[in-house]
Structure formats: structure tokens, C-alpha cells
Design a protein around this ligand. Structure first.
Ligand code: SAM
Ligand code: SF4
Length: 463
């Protein structure tokens, strides 16, 4: 009988993509998958280190697993992803953990599981010098692993993520990513496009290109250096793919104009830009080692909106970064108002081990102040989101349907023919409407009848 794996993922889209890759590798190696931790022979936890809270959730999960193992000693537990790289052998000291595997070693995961099952001993694969360029062998292994990516029923139907680059070289002073995911490495454009073609053959209609600073993508082959704009252009040529998004953009001049031009010129490239500002205060931006000022950030947005008039923007902010005064926070509120984001992710600063901020800047904004600023900024954003949403009232939008709404009462037996569905527009707006469940994975047109800051509600219509 097949050994069954339960895989739990925390964190960002990169992690979700890793989870899909691991799932595929496990299936190919003959493992079964289960949604029930009780039925599992192997539990894998795909971890995130970006904020302390994310790590705390994993540690508490490991506590539960330790108890579970007391009754089921044969259970194998593996920690993969960013926390595995950050804590390495430290994690193996826990009775709960048998396998530790960092993001660059992810192609080895099935080998590590086999080894642990056979030899009944703990195993670890992490990088000693994470900032060193990966070896040609490792790079090939990662490329092969990436290419095996396939659609599976855990993903949204007919949607896929495609990583265009690994790692990050920006070294924002608060951020742990460069220390756990290593240096920026752009994947060959040929491999990326081949992968997109393969996905399109499987019916994928929306492809999201992923990179930590995705607009830094740069790959030289012979005489030509490819940038993200080239990739978008080539991806748009792939038959079957209808929408292409890319996240996350770093506010930088390089390639910016070209990327906006492809967005404006290609109907397949979604008019959506997720470009975090992090702060609106030049003093804080400098301390964060973000390489722009608030004025330059807003100038980039203006340029983008002049090239792509219907552009929708989303952002991220950190509140309570060391040294953030009331005036600095007021500058953030100002920038947020000017940028007119569709939505924003707002985080309370949390010091991450070994980052420059953690080592050099005291975490001097009290938690209550961080909380207060978080709530305040969210409230300002909610008002803007509400105003922007209301402009959709009585308009028709095209959505790619994701599936059933998660609210079960809206999909009860009496609504069986027309349950409540969720879809998203090309610009990532959430749309809720009633319709047949077999619309999942297909495009639909919806007339908007009601709006809220983050959701549009409507009725299914013909074009
Ligand atoms: N590479 C992307 C970027 O630069 O926008 C995303 C990086 S990170 C996975 C996602 C977000 O987490 C960041 O945009 C930032 O707002 C937030 N973040 C990163 N480190 C943080 C920290 N130490 N404390 C609080 N928020 C943090
Ligand atoms: Fe972290 Fe900055 Fe890189 Fe984003 S760009 S992953 S915030 S270091």
C-alpha cells in the first residue's frame, strides 16, 4: 500500500508553488496524498519565515505533531521551505522533526523521505552558504523539478503559477528572504515558455509569473538579454493562455517603461500591478534600503497609469518600522491616499533574525502603536477600496471562475443548480454571483449589482 503524505503550506505564492511541485514529485515517486493528518504516514510542513507570527504558527503545529507521534511513533515529519533553511539542524533537535529540507534542496525531498523511511534516521538538506550562487548541478535539478510542474486538483481550476526567478538581491533591511531563498537567479526564457505551453495544453488560461522582484528578471542568451517585458510578450503568444499576471514588482526604473508598454499593448497581459511601497516616509524608506523616495514611487505609478490608463494597483506596507514617528506614519497615509490602490497588505514590523534591521535598529515602536497604525491605515484603504469598487456598479465584468464560495449556507441543497460562485477579474477583483458549478475554470460575464470594498456582487449575464 502507498504511504500517504499530508502537506500543509504556510506563506506566500512562492510557497504555494513549491507545494504544487512537491505534490507532483511525491505522486511521481509513488506516494499517495491525503487531506487528513490522521490518515497520514508522512506529514510535510512547508514553512514561511517572513514574519515571526508565521514561524510561531509552525512551531505550535510541530507541538501538536509531537503529541501525535507519541501515539503513532512511525509517523515521519518533515519541515521544508524557508524556516528549514533558517533553522536547519536546530529543528532536528525537536522530537517531532525527522526531515529538514531548504528551498534550494527541494528536488531532494522524495529521496530524503525514502531514506528516512528505510533507515529510520533523521535527514537534512540545507545550504551552508545560502548567498553563494547555486552550482550548475543544483540549478539543473531545480530546473527539472520546476518543469515537472503540473496542474492538480488542489489548485484553482485552469490557473497556474510559473516561477521566473529564484531568490532576491534587494536586501531590504527588514527582510529575511535573501537569507533563506538565496541570490536572484532568472530561469531561461525557453524553459519558462515551454512550461507555459505545457500548462496551456492542460487547459490553463491564467498564468501568474512569480518572482520576489519579478521586474528584475534578466537572462542573457547569446547576444540577447531578456527582461520581463520579453517574457510577457512571448507568453502572450502561447495559444490557449488568455490572461497573464506577474507579481511582485519592485519600484525600480529598469525595464519599467517596457513592461508597462506590453501591459498596454497586449490584451492578454492583465492591467494589474502589485508594487509595494512599504512606507511613504523617505527617512524610513532609506532605513529599509528601499532604493527610491516617496516622490519617485508616485512618479513611477503616474508613468504606469499614463501608459496603461485602466491600470489597477495593489500594494504592501509595513507599519512600526524602527524609528517610525507620527510624521513618518502620516507620510505613509498620504502616499497610500495618492496611490489609490485596489487593496493593500499591511503588516506590523517584526524583526527577523540576522537581517540588518534586526541587528542594527532597535524595534522601538511599541506593539500598541503598531496595532493602532495598522488599523488606521487599513481604514483609510478600506474607504479608497470602497470608492473604487463602487465605480463597478451596473457595469459588466469578465471573470475567470474559481469555484464555489466557501460559505456553505449559500450553497445548500436548495441552491444546488445555482450555487454561489467566486471568480476574479483580470485585475484581480473578487466577484461573487450565483451560477452553475461547472463554470469553475471557465470565463463568465457578470453584471455588478452591489459592491463592497473588497468584493463585487452580481448576476451572471450574456455578453
Ligand atoms: N518580494 C516582495 C516585495 O518586495 O514586495 C514580497 C516580499 S514578502 C514575502 C511580502 C511582504 O511581507 C513584503 O512586501 C513586506 O511588506 C512584508 N514583510 C517582509 N518582511 C517583513 C518584516 N520583517 N516584518 C513585517 N513585514 C514584513
Ligand atoms: Fe524581501 Fe525586499 Fe527582496 Fe521583497 S525585494 S523579497 S521585501 S528583500
Amino acid at each position: 500500500m502507498k504511504n500517504k503524505v499530508f502537506l500543509q503550506t504556510y506563506g506566500c505564492q512562492m510557497n504555494k508553488l513549491d507545494a504544487t511541485l512537491v505534490t507532483e514529485a511525491l505522486k511521481q515517486a509513488g506516494y499517495g496524498l491525503t487531506d487528513s493528518i490522521k490518515d497520514a504516514d508522512i506529514v510535510l510542513i512547508n514553512t514561511c519565515s517572513v514574519r515571526r507570527h508565521a514561524e510561531e504558527k509552525v512551531l505550535s503545529h510541530l507541538g501538536h505533531l509531537r503529541h501525535l507521534k507519541e501515539n503513532k511513533p512511525a509517523l515521519v515529519v518533515g519541515v521544508i521551505g524557508c524556516m528549514a533553511q533558517r533553522l536547519g539542524a536546530e529543528l532536528l533537535k525537536s522530537k517531532a522533526v525527522d526531515i529538514v529540507c531548504g528551498p534550494t534542496q527541494i528536488p531532494q525531498i522524495t529521496g530524503l523521505i525514502n531514506e528516512t523511511l528505510l533507515q529510520k534516521q533523521k535527514s537534512i538538506a540545507v545550504t551552508r552558504q545560502v548567498r553563494r550562487k547555486v552550482s550548475a548541478k543544483q540549478s539543473l535539478a531545480l530546473e527539472e523539478f520546476e518543469f515537472a510542474y503540473d496542474t492538480d486538483d488542489k489548485q484553482l481550476p485552469n490557473q497556474a503559477f510559473v516561477r521566473v526567478m529564484h531568490g532576491c538581491n534587494k536586501f531590504c533591511t527588514y527582510c529575511i528572504v535573501p537569507y533563506v531563498r538565496g541570490p536572484e537567479v532568472s530561469r531561461p526564457p525557453k524553459a519558462i515558455i515551454e512550461q507555459i505551453k505545457k500548462l496551456a495544453d492542460r487547459g490553463v488560461k491564467l498564468v501568474t509569473l512569480l518572482g520576489q522582484a519579478v521586474n528584475s528578471y534578466k537572462y542573457t542568451a547569446g547576444e540577447k538579454t531578456y527582461c520581463l517585458a520579453d517574457l510577457l510578450y512571448m507568453a502572450a503568444e502561447v495559444e490557449g493562455v488568455e490572461w497573464i499576471r506577474f507579481v511582485t514588482s519592485y519600484p525600480a526604473e529598469e525595464f519599467f517603461g517596457q513592461i508597462c508598454q506590453v501591459m498596454a499593448g497586449s490584451p492578454k497581459v492583465c492591467k494589474y500591478l502589485h508594487m509595494p511601497a512599504q512606507s511613504g516616509s523617505d527617512k524610513i524608506l532609506k532605513a529599509m534600503n528601499r532604493r527610491y523616495t516617496a516622490a519617485r514611487y508616485l512618479n513611477l505609478l503616474d508613468r504606469a497609469k499614463s501608459i496603461v490608463p485602466a491600470l489597477t494597483v495593489a500594494g504592501d506596507f509595513i507599519v512600526g518600522f524602527p524609528g517610525e514617528s507620527e510624521n513618518d506614519f502620516a507620510a505613509t497615509v498620504e502616499l497610500l491616499k495618492k496611490a489609490q490602490y485596489k487593496n493593500c497588505f499591511i503588516f506590523k514590523y517584526s524583526p527577523r533574525p540576522d537581517t540588518v534591521a534586526e541587528k542594527k535598529l532597535p524595534d522601538d515602536v511599541p506593539l500598541e502603536v503598531k496595532r493602532k497604525r495598522n488599523v488606521e491605515l487599513l481604514a483609510v484603504q478600506e474607504k479608497i477600496s470602497g470608492e473604487l469598487s463602487s465605480q463597478f456598479l451596473n457595469k459588466k465584468v469578465k471573470v475567470l471562475v474559481e469555484g464555489l464560495s466557501k460559505k456553505p449556507h449559500l450553497n445548500a441543497e436548495d441552491k444546488i443548480d445555482q450555487p454561489q460562485l467566486i471568480g476574479r477579474t483580470a485585475e484581480d477583483r473578487i466577484v461573487v454571483f450565483n451560477g452553475p458549478r461547472d463554470l469553475a475554470g471557465r470565463f463568465a460575464n457578470v453584471k455588478i449589482t452591489k459592491t463592497s470594498p473588497l468584493t463585487l456582487f452580481g448576476e451572471l449575464t450574456k455578453i
